[in-house]
Design a protein around this ligand. Structure first.
Ligand code: ADP
Ligand code: MG
Length: 452
């Protein structure tokens, strides 16, 4: 009997293709979602068997989906499905993400659906809209912003039903795509709302130049990789992965936000505690979801203080180490083909696996601020509206205290509250006291020197 596997990312049009095949044979599809089957190994196998038989009796072509997500303690769902499928007499199809081996013995058909190029996506938008009365102001812009497959494109167009076809549908489609992306990310990442602006940054000119280059790489990606053909001649990933390293409070997280804002993208901070799972295979799946969603567009992923995820591979001593290394290997492989934008930050570059470092397209060390920069940081953190008692001498503070921007920010806020509490304007002595309190909190008796 026919065995067919269609692989591709969510929304790549896997089901649409199968439905077209089935139609040629005069049949319809019966989708079996493994998420609805019982969650223990024995009952799962029987449930699957039953579902296949039912579809066959109803004259449908059974399509199994979600097999890659079924894992039991002892064995994975694919293994069980393999046994059930061998025994089933009728045709079976499976839908899966790329690179998943189908649960069939030799002799089956595999079709891998590619991801479309930007130009191809523009064409799909046009074809999907052609039979409707809806129209877009900017097909190309939408194709550039969202790297979605034909499946998602057709669903987005279907969501327009009932709207006024006089108006352009761009905004509606945009928010549909945004919502479906947010839904995919919601379990593992959170959107960062307040983003700094470029002018909030106090950094040496060479770092600012590097940041401008980074932003430029995102802006001109299409020109360079597609129109100029560099994507064909370069075997590198087209994604942008940046590593920011530097001591705490030097502005790494701040800069990630400013970059997102500058590019008009949403910043999603990945929640590593939710991504990293003790279950075998679970961490990879979580990461796959995040990377896929990020590739589909309009997002920068922030792996803040990413050391735990990107740490050096350990020598294998226990089975736990082996799984940790599997995760690292998955990450390495995924980064190679990653086409989205991700920023990793770390306080100590030394703990990141060198194999990762080589794969990152951009590395930037955030310097500890020198005296002039510190004075500038003090100035930058006290807004103009703030009432001042006498002149504030930032140079003195900068010289006396070796503080990074983060601590300077804390001290400024603290000083403002001290002044407010005394119902006076902000004086130099408030700033001094605030610094002393910061040091004291950190358990340092001396008020001079560095906090780290
Ligand atoms: N280079 C900088 N320019 C302006 N503000 C800074 C800078 N570095 C740190 N800050 C201030 O310190 C706060 C914390 O910095 P953050 O970006 O979280 O540091 P990091 O992520 O490197 O630990 C920022 O929100 C900002 O107010
Ligand atoms: Mg940070």
């Amino acid at each position: 009997p026919a065995r067919i596997a269609i692989r591709g990312r969510a929304g790549s049009g896997r089901r649409t293709l199968l439905a077209a095949f089935a139609r040629i044979a005069g049949r319809a599809l019966g989708v079996i979602d493994t998420a609805q089957l019982p969650r223990d190994a024995d009952r799962f196998g029987r449930g699957l068997q039953l579902a296949l038989r039912r579809a066959q009796l109803a004259g449908l072509v059974p399509v199994i989906r979600g097999l890659d997500e079924v894992v039991f303690d002892e064995r994975d769902g694919g293994e069980i499905a393999r046994e059930v499928c061998v025994a089933h007499p009728g045709p079976i199809a499976v839908i899966s993400p790329p690179d998943v081996s189908p649960p069939f013995p030799v002799g089956h058909v595999v079709i891998d659906l590619p991801t479309l190029s930007e130009t191809e996506r523009t064409g799909v938008w046009q074809r999907a809209l052609a039979p409707t009365r809806f129209w877009l102001r900017d097909h190309a812009g939408l194709a550039a912003r969202y790297r979605v497959g034909p499946g998602v494109i057709h669903r987005a167009v279907a969501s327009l039903a009932g709207l006024d076809p006089q108006l352009p549908a761009d905004d509606r489609i945009d928010s549909f795509l945004r919502q479906s992306r947010d839904l995919r990310l919601a379990d593992h990442a959170r959107r960062v709302d307040r983003l700094a602006t470029w002018s909030d940054l106090v950094l040496p000119p060479d770092i600012m130049d590097s940041l401008r280059e980074l932003v430029g790489r995102v802006r001109h990606r299409r020109t360079v990789f597609e129109q100029w053909g560099m994507g064909r001649t370069m075997a590198t990933s087209r994604g942008l992965t940046a590593l920011f390293q530097g001591q705490p409070g030097t502005g790494k997280t701040l800069v990630a936000g400013a970059i997102a804002r500058e590019l008009g993208l949403d910043l999603y901070q990945v929640d590593l505690s939710k991504v990293m799972s003790k279950w075998i295979g679970e961490t990879e799946r979580n990461l796959a979801t995040i990377f896929d969603a990020a590739e589909d567009g309009q997002v920068i992923l922030l792996f803040d203080e990413a050391d735990s995820l990107f740490a050096k591979r350990t020598e294998v001593r226990s089975s736990n180490d082996r799984y940790a290394n599997l995760e690292v290997n998955y990450l390495l492989q995924r980064l190679d083909s990653f086409e989205g934008i991700a920023i990793l930050t770390t306080n100590s570059g030394g703990s990141i696996d060198p194999a990762f470092k080589r794969r990152l397209s951009f590395r930037l060390s955030f310097p500890f601020p020198d005296e002039d920069t510190r004075a500038e940081l003090w100035r930058a953190h006290l807004p103009r509206e703030l009432p001042r008692g006498g002149e504030l001498v930032f140079d003195v503070l900068a010289r006396k205290y070796q503080l990074s921007g983060g601590y300077i920010r804390n001290a400024c806020l603290r000083a403002a509250f001290l002044a407010a509490q005394e119902e006076t304007s902000l004086h130099q002595h408030h700033l001094e006291r605030a610094v002393a309190l910061e040091f004291a909190e950190l358990g340092k008796l001396s008020t001079a020197g560095t906090i780290d």
